[in-house]
Design a protein around this ligand. Structure first.
Ligand SMILES: Cc1cc2nc3c(=O)[nH]c(=O)nc-3n(C[C@H](O)[C@H](O)[C@H](O)COP(=O)(O)O)c2cc1C
Length: 396
């Protein structure tokens, strides 16, 4: 399974460091090339001799051991297919999340462009701290694969969450990621995310509860599959791919349409407002003596329909157009009607009346409609998982 794969293992100063000897053995049994970087603190927990014997390679600790005029943090990052940091300490999580590069392991992590798995292990208090959770959230947003610790008896004598996850889990995740072929390499995928923001005056706006999570998960998945990704979003995010921030439907339409000619696939996951204020006051509207005020709204452009019309008129290669529809009643009937009306290649329908899925939730359950009349329900799962399945439906 791992024949010839270059796996870089990072070990930090945690009591679970000894368990990584078994992980190295598992990788070596599958014919992987394994190199190990330890933080200086990790050397208090495991010996170079053990790690060198198991990996059959030098163990790297010193940031300034420069060979062949190429610093170690660049050459180790260049040659590895994946970086597995286990156990990762609270300290190293904090450093990587904040771009601190004060030892070889953190410098390699900062320079690393390929998948990184991190398996934290620490005392429950540390795990539950706002600092650690905040730093992990940052890393999660940047696409790090986080294998959360498990509940159990901890080396500090307490019981709780913090134990390094099972070594088998780290092994399986590594195999899973390395097996994923970059099936979308060379494809340009444009995704929209978030609810549009329609200004009313200098300080007020109208929007909706869309968190942008589904669109962001789709963009992340496209990136994982090797695509050249552009995320057009009303929600601020930091990602390793191109992000274009927009506010209103009008602005989103202009940006999406400017990407049309070069895109292979456009996924419209944003929640675009149907209406916007007819006039936007550049000053704050003042409170009056009246008990009621009237704001006139006008229809926003239908971006999805506009893209489908562009596709009908265009000559030569055109992108696949994927729409989303959020319905609170008669989901299937309305979705079938919509795919015919708009003319998109796929329509993903989700039921926003359910509290356990949809808006702001980390979960979703959707039905994928195809223009040829086919449909498939994707059962409730995390938005990350649903994104994975949507790409399987689109690209087979
Ligand atoms: C006996 C002992 C066990 C420790 N175990 C852990 C641990 O499991 N997880 C953790 O985050 N820190 C643990 N620490 C604290 C780290 O070693 C410390 O934060 C250190 O600065 C980590 O350095 P590094 O991230 O550069 O390896 C432990 C310290 C000691 C003395």
């Amino acid at each position: 399974m791992l024949n010839g794969k270059n796996i870089l293992i990072g070990i930090t100063g945690g009591i679970a460091a000894y368990k990584i000897c078994e992980l190295i053995r598992l990788f070596k049994k599958q014919n992987a090339n394994v190199k190990v970087i330890c933080t200086p603190n990790a050397m208090n927990f495991v010996t170079k001799t053990t790690l060198q014997s198991l990996s059959q390679n030098e163990v790297y600790v010193d940031q300034f051991a420069i060979e062949d005029f190429k610093p170690e943090h660049i050459s180790l990052a260049d040659e590895a297919d994946i970086f597995v940091i286990a156990p990762i300490s609270a300290n190293t999580i904090g450093k990587i999340a904040n771009g601190i590069c004060d030892n070889l392991l953190t410098s390699v992590a900062c320079a690393f462009q390929k998948p990184v798995i991190i398996a934290p292990a620490m005392n429950s208090g540390m795990w539950n701290s706002n600092a650690v959770q905040g730093n992990l959230k940052k890393l999660d947003n940047e696409g790090y694969h986080i294998l959360a610790p498990e509940d159990g008896f901890l080396a500090c004598g307490t019981t709780g969450r913090g134990r390094l996850c099972d070594i088998g889990k780290i092994f399986d995740k590594t195999v899973e990621i390395l097996a994923q072929s970059k099936t979308l390499l060379g494809q340009k995928i444009v995704v929209t995310a978030g609810g549009t923001i329609e200004e009313i005056d200098a300080v007020r706006y109208m929007s909706n509860y869309s968190s942008g999570k589904m669109g962001i998960c789709l963009a992340d998945r496209a990136y994982e599959l090797g695509a050249d990704v552009v995320l057009i979003t009303t929600v601020r995010v930091e990602k390793p791919y191109e992000i274009i921030g927009v506010k209103s439907a009008e602005e989103m339409k202009q940006v999406v349409e400017s990407e049309f000619a070069n895109a292979d696939c456009i996924i419209m996951a944003a929640a675009v407002a149907d209406y916007r204020a007819k006039t936007i006051s550049d000053k704050k509207l003042k409170k009056t003596e009246e008990n009621e005020i009237t704001i006139k709204f006008v229809k926003n452009p239908d971006i999805l329909k506009g893209l489908c019309d562009m596709k009908t008129k265009a000559k030569g290669k055109t992108p696949l157009i994927i729409g989303f529809c959020a319905e609170s009643e008669d989901l299937l009937k309305n979705a079938e009607k919509k795919i015919a009306q708009k003319g998109c290649d796929f329509l993903i329908a989700n039921d926003i009346s359910r509290k356990d899925i949809g808006f702001a939730s980390n979960y979703n359950e959707v039905t994928v409609f195809r223009s040829d009349g086919g449909m498939k329900k994707l059962e409730k799962a995390t938005k990350k998982e649903i994104a994975k399945q949507i790409f399987e439906e689109i690209y087979g």
